[in-house]
Design a protein around this ligand. Structure first.
Ligand SMILES: C[S@@+](CC[C@H](N)C(=O)[O-])C[C@H]1O[C@@H](n2cnc3c(N)ncnc32)[C@H](O)[C@@H]1O
Length: 203
């Protein structure tokens, strides 16, 4: 999903996602300490963490696929970077140990594949954390780009069972199931839709 060609095809989506991530941090300005990227692949948003002097935490069960690209990164010894070769579903307690406020970035539509996302989120976030969830928009342009992206992937991987690229994630429905208090903002773009949430209280 993160091959160079796949990223090239999905670039319009990723570019608009990155712009919205910066908007979210401006919209909820705080002294953030940690950036946690879920579905990070080759350490997505590592450079943002470096620029903003945040500790980087990358979560991806397929992280080994990207280790050569990650080894090329200039990891700042002082801040450090941590990678978890796990599904986010398997990581609870350990995430609370990172200094907050934290920025969680559910990048590149990963939230679409996480079962019971609302329950999961309620277990891992702390007060003042910022959660950014990025998914595909439902515009014609987005549908065409996603089709092009998955057609390439399915041809590349040539699996019997093609990738299920159906969009199951419903942001409004998901936010109604959350067990913590939050302030939210949704920005819908041509290719990418992002939900920003600042955690106000999580008991
Ligand atoms: C970010 S998603 C990409 C989804 C695809 N671009 C789409 O539009 O539907 C793919 C990455 O997420 C990772 N991933 C898959 N399930 C995950 C999970 N439960 N927790 C964390 N990362 C996960 C995969 O290993 C892969 O590197």
């Amino acid at each position: 999903m993160y091959s160079h060609k796949a990223i090239k095809i999905a670039r319009p989506f990723l570019d608009s996602e990155e712009k919205k991530v910066l908007k979210a941090i401006k919209f909820f300005p705080q002294k953030y300490k940690t950036l946690i990227c879920v579905g990070c692949g080759p350490a997505a948003y590592f450079n943002l963490a470096l620029n903003k002097k945040l500790k980087y935490v990358g979560i991806d069960p397929w992280i080994d696929l990207f280790k050569h690209r990650i080894s090329a990164l200039h990891i700042n010894k002082k801040l450090g970077a941590v990678f978890f070769k796990r599904k986010i579903e398997k990581l609870n307690v350990v995430l609370h140990k990172f200094r907050g406020p934290k920025i969680f970035i559910f990048t590149f539509n990963i939230a679409n594949y996480i079962p019971d996302l609302a329950v999961k989120l309620s277990k891992i976030v702390d007060k003042n954390d910022l959660i950014i969830i990025s998914t595909w928009s439902k515009t014609k342009s987005a549908i065409n780009l996603r089709k092009k992206y998955f057609t390439y992937l399915n041809r590349l991987i040539n699996v019997n069972q093609p990738f299920d690229c159906s969009l199951k994630l419903n942001l409004n429905k998901m936010t109604k199931e959350l067990k913590f208090q939050f302030e939210k903002k949704i920005i819908k773009g041509k290719y990418n839709t992002c939900l920003f949430m600042k955690v106000l209280k999580n008991e």
